[in-house]
Write a protein that binds this ligand. Structure first.
Ligand SMILES: Nc1ncnc2c1ncn2[C@@H]1O[C@H](COP(=O)(O)OP(=O)(O)O)[C@@H](O)[C@H]1O
Ligand SMILES: Cc1cn([C@H]2C[C@H](O)[C@@H](COP(=O)(O)OP(=O)(O)O)O2)c(=O)[nH]c1=O
Length: 221
């Protein structure tokens, strides 16, 4: 692929893997080389993304399912639909226009997160949720490269604790362990995509250098 053409890169991983940090650092490095770069994220900063963030922080809940039960987060199906709607809005309003102008879009999370988080929390042992989630995202532009930050759930939990923010919807150790196992097998779930897995158990700069290497391997001119 030409180094001049616009392209789309995604960073993925469990919560605390470092996707926010490494998205910013990759964007900064490419900007220093004179490239036009847009760093973005999902849930996006659009209206549906803002709504989802309120669900993730518990400010929006579904009504109790029975008298006396506490309110809870909407079910995985509703979450999958919300994330898919946010994604299409994100693609149409931010991602495609920027790529069309020859820019590089780097997104902190994309549809691999839906495949991982919504299938893991579905409680189904079959591939059924995965094929449904895949079909919801059928028209979302494929990334040219997905970089997965691979980290042990315990290390990521430590980083989250250090960050000192209230735990969001999926930030429970059991869920994160299942997600880590899912991301280990990510190529099985994205068979037609270019995916690079990077060891994220190192200091910021070392992980950044590994991310940059994975980027350059994919987009060498
Ligand atoms: N390689 C690293 N080593 C140590 N701490 C890190 C590293 N990368 C990120 N952090 C810190 O860990 C926390 C989680 O990182 P963040 O980028 O927010 O992860 P994510 O977006 O994947 O949840 C932050 O406080 C961040 O400063
Ligand atoms: C994009 C996406 C994110 N998520 C989850 C992953 C995170 O737990 C959360 C996003 O919260 P965020 O605060 O952005 O977390 P992080 O900085 O760790 O990426 O939403 C899904 O469950 N499905 C999705 O499709």
């Amino acid at each position: 692929m030409s180094a001049i053409a616009g392209h789309f890169v995604v960073l993925e991983g469990i919560d605390g893997a470092g996707t926010t940090t490494q998205t910013a650092k990759l964007a900064e490095a490419l900007r220093r080389e004179g490239r036009r770069v847009r760093a973005t994220r999902e849930p996006s900063d659009g209206p549906i993304g803002a709504f989802i963030r309120q669900v993730l922080t518990g400010r929006i809940v579904a009504p109790p399912t029975a008298p006396g039960e506490p309110p809870s987060a909407p079910g995985w199906e509703t979450m999958a639909l919300l994330f898919a709607a946010d994604r299409m809005d994100h693609v149409q309003s931010e991602i495609l226009p920027f790529i069309a102008q020859g820019g590089i879009v780097i997104s902190d999370r994309y549809d691999a997160s839906s495949l991982a988080y919504q299938s893991v929390t579905s409680g189904h042992a079959t591939d059924d949720p995965l094929s449904w989630i895949r079909s919801l995202n059928r028209y979302a532009r494929r990334p040219d490269l997905t970089i997965v930050l691979d980290i042990a759930p315990d290390s990521a939990a430590e980083r989250r604790a250090h960050r000192g923010e209230a735990a969001q919807l999926y930030e429970q150790n059991e869920v994160q362990r299942a997600l880590a196992a899912f991301y280990k097998n990510i190529t099985r779930y994205l068979p037609n995509d270019r995916v690079a897995t990077v060891d994220a158990e190192a200091d910021l700069e070392t992980v950044h250098a590994r991310v940059l290497d994975a980027y350059r391997a994919a987009f060498a001119s």
